[in-house]
Design a protein around this ligand. Sequence first.
Ligand SMILES: Cc1cc2nc3c(=O)[nH]c(=O)nc-3n(C[C@H](O)[C@H](O)[C@H](O)COP(=O)(O)OP(=O)(O)OC[C@H]3O[C@@H](n4cnc5c(N)ncnc54)[C@H](O)[C@@H]3O)c2cc1C
Length: 536
Amino acid sequence: MHDTATVFNQHIAPRPLGGSTEAQPPVRHVCVVGGGTAGWMTALMLATSAYGLRLKVTVLESPQVGIIGVGEGSTPWLRGFFDGLGIEESEWMPACNATFKSGITFQDWSTKPGFERYFHPFASMLDNMTMHQFVDNVHERLDGADVHAHPDRFFVAATLARQARGPRPARTFPFDVWYGYHFDATLLGQFLGRKAVEHGVRHLQGHVTQVLLKEGGDIDRLQLDDGDTLAADFFVDCTGFASLLIGKALLTPFIPYAENLFNDAAIAMPTPLEGPIESQTVSTALRFGWAWKIPLTNRCGNGYVYSSAHCSADEAETELRRHLGMLDSDVSARHLKMRVGRMAKQWHRNCVAVGLSQGFIEPLEATALLFVQRTAAMLVEALENGELGPAMQDKFNETMRIRFENTRDYIVAHYKTNSRTDTDYWRANAENMNLSASLQQVLTTWMSRKPLAAGLKSGRFGQGYPIVSWYALLAGMGVFPDAADLQPPTAHQARHRMDTVDDFVQRSALNFPDHRELLANIPPRVGDKSLQLYLW
Ligand SMILES: Cc1cc2nc3c(=O)[nH]c(=O)nc-3n(C[C@H](O)[C@H](O)[C@H](O)COP(=O)(O)OP(=O)(O)OC[C@H]3O[C@@H](n4cnc5c(N)ncnc54)[C@H](O)[C@@H]3O)c2cc1C
């Protein structure tokens, strides 16, 4: 058996609410500029810091500049955010038309027979029972044996998604699966805003026309278009792609990722919700990018993320409409530009950038809110430790650099391993050699048929994503010897019986309810000790 480690090698660590300190905060007033999801999440985390109401938090948003209004999928880490605030799923999910997400199906990214689609699961404790069979089979297939090595049959989450089951099992079933959420981005922002105000956050409307600096270069105050100014000790830039404070005022350079992530535009369009609600995002590769399909309780969110260097906005819209069967529909489509890359420093002087202002890796794995959550958590921790000096800033910026680059690498791997040849776009992606040393090592290790586990565990390469994710991606895309070159397996190579795996996965799935039924009656979670026992 290959050394795979346990699949369940991550845990959710919500910041416990209620820690408090008598100490004075190192800054008295933090002004969060921007009232999108990033602004409100950050404000809530600041408002629930150990300083309580002694840390004054203001959110300023422009009545003239709307929020981006897309971003409907999350990773499982969002559970920790709500748990940390003591907010039940049964409260926030209906308010945001939210559904559960067991993972992502990637459709048509690969043309290899049998690998036209695969599922990237969020890990389940149950996968510990089938992970080593999967990894063993992967390595037998890499070695040329014709054994089953497509990921989907090995993971309970894939079955839950396809059978439209919700990823929360019956209480009597003692195993948890990791899951994320889908939600209406605008409703989520409004919900978080209400909660933040309940926690004492001051909410102001005002359009910033100028950022006024002190002599030393720190931000002093904000000039608003009604003539007022707003001063604070510390500023959080949540102004979206505009990066008004960290970029335009403090002149922090932006590092684009265009050399290995080509997509820079998107179109969003809703469709009616029909039939059962699958607990998954579907990402379908189209000619110049990929289309998302995200089921909410009242509609589906859809969109096309594409490269404007390879096709025009009109062409992209027509292709999306055709894909959705809406060529003749008068539902309007929203066109967006995306700035993909990161700020060279996400903490600069007395300003931290959170959200699209700090950088953005395209939404293929729905990681943006995870960045928001982690960045805001690091800021709160620094404030609670009273550490705002240059050493802390350097550490913060280096941590963010690594996180951005690790996540980028995993996303780039989807494009690099595609086998489509229908457009220049896909050929250029497959031929792209602008790969980080870390990603090159992941791919070289795989192609040389060596296990990834040792390198991933020791931190030599592929950080930021668990073993299961790398194996699901590379096996799911069919990065194996050509089928014609495979040999019938020996008895040893065929030692794992797929009917046993299927039986285990299918029987496990029976413990999970229909997704719609679960959404209609979401049981309490925060106080559910039986689940926490396994999660922490
Ligand atoms: C196509 C696409 C798909 C995405 N999908 C996902 C996904 O599936 N999952 C995920 O996690 N993320 C996703 N994202 C990212 C996600 O949308 C954002 O991370 C999230 O919405 C947070 O945005 P934000 O708050 O940083 O910015 P915004 O929502 O743009 O908010 C900016 C705020 O700044 C304020 N502002 C701007 N200028 C001024 C000014 N002059 N004065 C005062 N206020 C000002 C505005 O009023 C607004 O309140 C996606 C993004 C795109 C583009």
